[in-house]
Design a protein around this ligand. Structure first.
Ligand code: FE2
Length: 325
């Protein structure tokens, strides 16, 4: 367990600030059925050798683990939401190794809670071959390096906790030298079977890096080609939101026990209630890639409480970090 003494030894004392709760509902616990299952959703960490981000991440872990000292329920599980490291997609082998080494060290030194991880686009090694100088034949090419770091054979999985079924998706697939948000056919097949195996009374949470649904692409869209009726349209990037969203809508119509979808990627706070599902984008541990706030979103993480009756409560908790120069 992280203590103040261990923080002092790590040179991190003083970095842990009191939480400022600025969204949602504080959770007092206890539905009649018992305490909700609590996830700390730490997304878009982007750890890197620069900007003291390792200290920032350590202070974030410390903040999560200090919840009981603040009179709150402890997090039962940390879920990292992708973009664990600053960037591997365009990075060479040495830079990629340095970033994963940093993640591994901070996690080992500063976190005693269970961590499960989603893969983000910046965790994928070498897809931008022209910059990363990769061939595609490297043993750790693509998502394999991240899977090795996360101790998994494939970049998606599901688990049952606190009366909930929790699905961690891999939403990053190649497009040219970059990526788009989707599931491939193999993962769709797996997801269909996975949800079919869950009792209808068991609530389901999906976690993806790229949002399954978001208004952010619309809010930032340029004008697109006029539609068939000649009316103006918007150009929405398939790199910002899942291009296979209609398939999710059809899936959710068959599985009404899917209650919420958590995401990252956009470094913003967003909450959409649509079709009986809550779509929650959880800001970023790194805020604006460690350089400051991003679109008003502070350095923070989401505390997500999964109640046994299917209710989901999420609030964003800044952990007191400010940008270093
Ligand atoms: Fe990111």
């Amino acid at each position: 367990m992280l203590t103040r003494r261990s923080l002092v030894q790590a040179g991190l004392a003083g970095l842990v600030a009191a939480p400022t709760i600025h969204r949602g509902t504080a959770v007092a616990d206890a539905s009649a059925a018992g305490r909700p299952f609590r996830i700390a959703h730490l997304t878009d960490i982007h750890v890197q050798p620069e900007l003291e981000s390792a200290k920032g991440l350590a202070s974030c872990f410390a903040h999560v683990q200090s919840l009981p000292e603040r009179g709150e329920a402890a997090a039962d599980l940390i879920v990292t939401g992708g973009d664990t490291v600053m960037d591997c997609m365009e990075a060479g082998r040495d830079r990629t190794q340095a970033q994963w080494d940093l993640w591994k060290k901070v996690r080992a030194d500063a976190c005693s809670l269970e961590v499960r991880s989603v893969v983000g686009n910046h965790d994928v090694w070498g897809w931008t071959k022209s910059k990363a100088k990769t061939t595609g034949d490297e043993p750790l090419y693509g998502k394999k390096w991240a899977c090795e770091q996360f101790g998994r054979a494939v970049p998606y999985e599901s688990l049952d906790r606190g009366g909930w079924h929790i699905v961690l998706l891999d939403s990053v697939f190649p497009h040219a030298e970059g990526y788009i948000g989707k599931l491939d056919d193999a993962q769709w097949d797996w997801l269909e079977k996975d949800l079919a195996s869950v009792a209808a009374a068991t609530p389901v949470l999906l976690v993806s890096h790229i949002p399954i649904l978001s208004v952010h692409p619309l809010a930032t869209a340029a004008a697109g080609e006029p539609g068939k009726d000649g009316k103006p349209s918007f150009a929405l990037s398939g790199g910002l939101v899942h291009v296979d969203h209609p398939k999710f809508q059809a899936l959710f119509a068959r599985h009404r026990n899917v209650k919420a979808c958590l995401s990252g990627h956009l470094h913003i706070l967003e909450r959409i209630e649509f079709g009986g599902v809550s779509y929650l984008c959880s800001g970023a541990v790194s805020a604006g890639w460690w350089k400051g706030r991003h679109r008003g979103t502070d350095f923070g993480y989401a505390v997500v409480d999964l109640h046994r009756d299917g209710r989901v409560e999420s609030r964003y908790v800044p952990y007191g970090w400010t940008a270093r120069t």
